[in-house]
Design a protein around this ligand. Structure first.
Ligand code: LLP
Length: 420
């Protein structure tokens, strides 16, 4: 939390007091640190850049224009999984030739748009998709640069909902059919097969599954080359897991050593698509306590953020630190509380029986490590306005997504003629 210091007992983002932002924009809001973003991105470049690894920021983690622009200016490319994300990347200034299009179900319209834009690479996940892409590209008179995403059947040992590399998962081409599909791809009109892609899951905190997957990919690359097929690029998928509660995770240096040992000797271009580890710990969700309710068997702290703002605790039982904006005295008593939002669901709970210093209505708290898969997964459930988003840089801040008005949300609906 280097870029989230307490200064004179008040939480800051870089040099800006969180309280000042709360007064200016209201709560709840997401708040990101430019310095943290840039440090996280630079860590990848510093440790992996010398191995020729190219970083494509995974937009799905946080696709705010200001975040993409910040990373694009530092040199990042973009990993997108929909044409909507492609438009976001282009609009934020990422050139088409720095965009990789991944994802298990690209539609014909999406393929067409991406081919017309002239993106760098398609990561293809099935034989059917390969045939469709070949048809679409031929029709447009262009050639699609393609990697085949391989499912190596490796257990990433992460949460079941974000594990992607096992045979039973919907992702990738099973490794036993990979060589056959690869050589078919090499003969397809409209396709230029350039390499392999692999992504076994997100939030990996153990390096062993990466080793297992990389070994399988390296072996496959060699088999393909022996058969006279070109393998110019290897895409290693998402980034390493991050510490949500001071748990141990993978050291980027160890990850780099693995890439150096197993992948670099192939002499291909190497790509990586980190999202969470770039933006996760660069963001907070700031919320105000509405009420403190002494329930029958437990105490509830009801805050003005809810599962529509940050769904990770409800969806994955994810842990986010809850930190006070005003630092409590070191001898403040600690009490176990359930921290919940106002939504009409029991699952709208950020934390269960969490030890917290005393809080009262009106106090500000922050959910830490909320920069990734926070705002992007938000909704307007219960007709709640999505949280605003703020970017800090040094001593200044700006709203990078205002909170919409109720009219804005409600006026998206239409009354049909027969009800008018
Ligand atoms: N590349 C591919 C093909 C992916 O599927 C993903 C994440 C990434 C890259 C980026 O992975 P990262 O570096 O962020 O670990 N909503 C979930 C996470 C879903 C991840 C989906 N794929 C969460 O909140 O934990």
């Amino acid at each position: 939390m280097t870029h989230f210091p307490y200064i004179d007992g008040e939480l800051h983002v870089e040099q800006v007091p969180v309280r000042r932002i709360a007064e200016a924009v209201g709560t709840p809001f997401y708040c990101y640190s430019t310095a943290a973003l840039s440090d996280n991105y630079q860590a990848y470049v510093d440790t992996l850049g010398k191995l020729g690894v190219d970083v494509f920021y995974s937009l799905k983690a946080n696709s705010n224009q200001a975040i993409i622009r910040t990373l694009g200016k530092l040199g990042a490319g973009a990993d997108v999984v929909s044409v909507g994300e492609m438009y976001r990347a282009l609009k934020a200034g990422i050139p088409a030739e720095r965009i990789v299009f991944a994802g298990v179900g690209k539609t014909i319209d999406e393929m067409e748009a991406a081919l017309k834009a002239g993106i760098y690479q398609f990561n293809v996940e099935s034989f059917g998709e390969l045939e469709t892409l070949s048809d679409v590209a031929s029709r447009l008179g262009v050639t699609a640069p393609v990697t085949l995403r391989i499912n190596p059947d490796v257990d990433a040992k992460t949460h079941a909902k974000i594990s992607t590399g096992k045979a039973e998962n919907k992702f990738g081409i099973d490794i036993d059919h990979a060589a056959q599909f690869y050589s078919a791809a090499a003969r397809m009109r409209g396709i230029r097969i350039v390499g392999l892609a692999v992504h076994i899951g997100s939030q990996l905190t153990d390096i062993a599954p990466y080793r297992a997957a990389f070994l399988k990919i390296a072996e496959l690359a060699q088999t393909l080359r022996k058969a006279g097929l070109p393998v110019e690029r290897i895409d290693l998928g998402g980034g390493i897991g991050i510490a949500y509660r001071a748990e141990s995770t993978i050291d980027l240096k160890d990850y780099a050593a693995l890439v150096q040992e197993i992948i670099a000797p192939l002499g291909t271009k190497i790509e990586i698509e980190p999202g969470r580890s770039i933006v996760g710990n660069a963001g907070l969700l700031v919320s105000r306590v509405i009420n403190v309710k002494p329930g029958v068997s437990r105490k509830f702290v009801i805050v003005d953020a809810a599962m529509n703002d940050l769904i990770r605790p409800s969806l994955y039982d994810a842990y986010h630190d809850i930190i006070p904006i005003a630092l409590p005295p070191s001898d403040a008593p600690v009490e176990r509380c359930d921290v919940v939002g106002p939504i009409c669901e029991t699952g709208d709970r950020f934390a269960e029986q969490r030890p917290l210093p005393p809080v009262k209505p009106g106090d500000l708290v922050a959910f830490a490590t909320a920069g990734a898969y926070g705002s992007v997964m938000s909704s307007t459930y219960n007709t709640r306005l999505p949280a605003a988003e703020v970017l800090v840089e040094g001593g200044r801040f700006d709203v990078v997504r205002p909170r919409p008005s109720y009219d804005h949300i409600i006026d998206l609906d239409r009354i049909p003629d027969w009800l008018a």
